[in-house]
Design a protein around this ligand. Sequence first.
Ligand code: ATP
Ligand code: MG
Length: 607
Amino acid sequence: MKRVGFFQSIQLKFVLIYVLLILFAMQIIGVYFVKELEEKLLTNFKTSLQQRVNLLEYNLREEMLKERTEETQTLEQDIRRILDDFTAPDVSEVRVIDHHSRITGTSDPNRQGIIGQRITDIAVKRTLSFGAEEDKMYIDQQSNKRIWVYTSPIISNREVIGAVYLIGKVETVYGQMDQINEILFSATALALVMTAVLGVLLARTITRPISDMRRQAVALGKGNFSRKVKVYGQDEIGELAITFNNLTKRLQEAQATTEGERRKLSSVLSYMTDGVIATDRKGRVILINEPAAKLLNVSRETVISQSITNLLGLEEEYTFDDLLNEQDSVILDYSNGDQPYILRANFSVIQKETGFVNGLITVLHDITEQEKIEMDRREFVANVSHELRTPLTTMRSYLEALAEGAWQDADIAPHFLDVTQTETERMIRLVNDLLQLSKFDSRDYQLTKKDVDFTEFFDKIIDRFEMTKSQEVAFKRKLPRYPIYVEIDADKLTQVLDNIISNALKYSPQGGQITFKVEEKSDKIEVSVRDQGMGIPKKNLERIFERFYRVDRARTRKLGGTGLGLAIAKEMITAHGGHIWATSAEGKGTTIFFTLPYELSEEDDWS
Ligand code: ATP
Ligand code: MG
C-alpha cells in the first residue's frame, strides 16, 4: 500500500483551510478596526485640541481688544502669560498672530526670538483673509515625525483680528495605533497557532475513519474481506463506514457466489466427456477443457489464444464468421491411413441481448466408434448381398440351361442339378451362420454348459476328421494322457473346432501335417491347431476373425468359404470366457489358439 504523506493528506488540507479562513477573517477585521480606530483617535485628538484653542481664542480676544496704557502690560506680555498658562502634552507649540501676519507670541520658550516676525504660511494668510479654520497634517523635516498644524482665526465683530497657530503632536496617536496593531498581530498569530493545533485534532476525527476506509479498500482490492471499518459516530462519515462495511459483506458474498459458480463450471467442464472450447469474439481460444485437449491431442497451455479455425484445422474451408453462422455440426476427419478418427463439432454463439457477438462455444464429440459401426453395418449388408448373389446367379444360369433343354441330356443334367444343390446348401449354410451370429449380437443365446473331459472330447473330433479326410494329411496329437474337466457347451465347441480343423485341412498342402495340442495353464487350458499351409500375411492376422473376412476372396470362395466361420468361433469362445488368436509364418503354416477357463479341482490333485 502506498502511504499518503502528511503533505498530501486531507489533514493538512483541513488545517490549511482553517488557517487561511482565520487569516482572512483577521485581515478583514483588522483593516476595518484599525481604520475606524485611527479615525476615531484622530478626531478625538483634533476636537480636544480645537476646544482648547477655542478657549484660548476667547482669552486672547479679550486681551487684544483691551485698552492699553503705559502702566498696563504690553499685548506681548499678556499673550505670553496666557500662553504660559496654556499647557497641553499634545501640543508642541502655539503661536499667536495678529492681523498683519506678525507673530505676537509663542508658547515655546526657546523660540521667543521669532516674536515680531511675519509669518509666511499660506494657511495662516488664508485664515486671516477669510476667517476660516485650516488644518493640515505633515511630516516635520527635522524630527521626521507627523505633526498636525491647526490655524484658527480670532474674530471680533465679524472681523478677523488675528489667528492662533497650533502645532499638535499627532505622532502620539500613531504611536497608540502601532501598539494596538501589535496587539492585534500577536492575537492573530496566537489564534492561528491555536487553530492549527485544533485543526489537526479536529481534522483527525474526520480523516481517521476515511483513512481507515482507504486501508480497508486497499485490503479489499487484495481480496481480504475479513477486515471491518470501525464506526466512530452517527454522522455522515459514520454512516459511510456502516455502508462501507455492508458493501464489503455484499462483495464478499458476491465473490463467494462467483467463485462457487466458477468452480462448478470448471468441474462441469472437466468432468464432462465432451470437449469444450470457448473463444473470444475474434475467435481466439480462451478456454479449453481437458477432454477437448485430449481429443485434439494438444496441450491446453499452448493452444490458448490460438485461432479456433487453425486449432480445428478448418482454416482452409471456414473463416471464423462462417463458424458463427454454422447451423449444422461440422465433421472433422482426422483419420490417417487405416486408423479412423472422426470428431463432430457443434458451434454455438455467445451473444448479448443486443446481438453483439461475445464469442463462440465449440463442443467436440468423438464419433469414430459410431462411424465405424455405421461403416461396418454398410459393409455387412454389402457383403451379405454379395455372398447371396453369387450362388443365386450361378443357380439361375444352370437352371436356365436346364430349362432350355439340358434336362433331357442324361450326361449334363445330373451334373447341373448337383451344382444347384451345392449352391443351395451353401446359401443355407450362409443363412444359418448369419442367424447364429445375429443371435450372438442380440445376446439371444444360451450356453448349456456341462463338465466335459476335454481330452476325450477333442480326441473324438479329431478321429471324426481323420476318418473322413480326403487328402494326404498327417494328424499329430499332443494331448495329455489324463482327463481335463472343463465346463463347456459341447455343441458350440464342436462347431468351433470343426471350423478351425476344416480351415487347417482346406489350407494344408498335400502330405502336410496338422498338429493338435492341449496345454494346461494355471487357470486355463490352451488349445492349438497348427497346419503347414501357406499361412496368413501378418497384417491380416487380426482380421481373420472379422465377419466375411477372407484373405484371398477368389480362392477361398472356390474352397466354399463364406468368411463367417472364425467370426462365429470368436463369439463362441468369448461367450465361454476364453480368448482366440492366430499366429502365422507365411508359406510355413498357421496356428490357431484359443483358451478356455479352467479350475484345477482338488480331486485332480488326488487322482
Ligand atoms: P467358412 O469357415 O465360413 O466356411 P472360411 O473358412 O473362408 O469360410 P473363416 O474360417 O472365417 O472363413 O476364415 C477366414 C479366412 O482366414 C479364410 O478365408 C482364410 O483366408 C483365412 N484362414 C483361416 N484359417 C486358415 C489357415 N489355417 N491357413 C490359411 N488361411 C486361413
Ligand atoms: Mg472356415
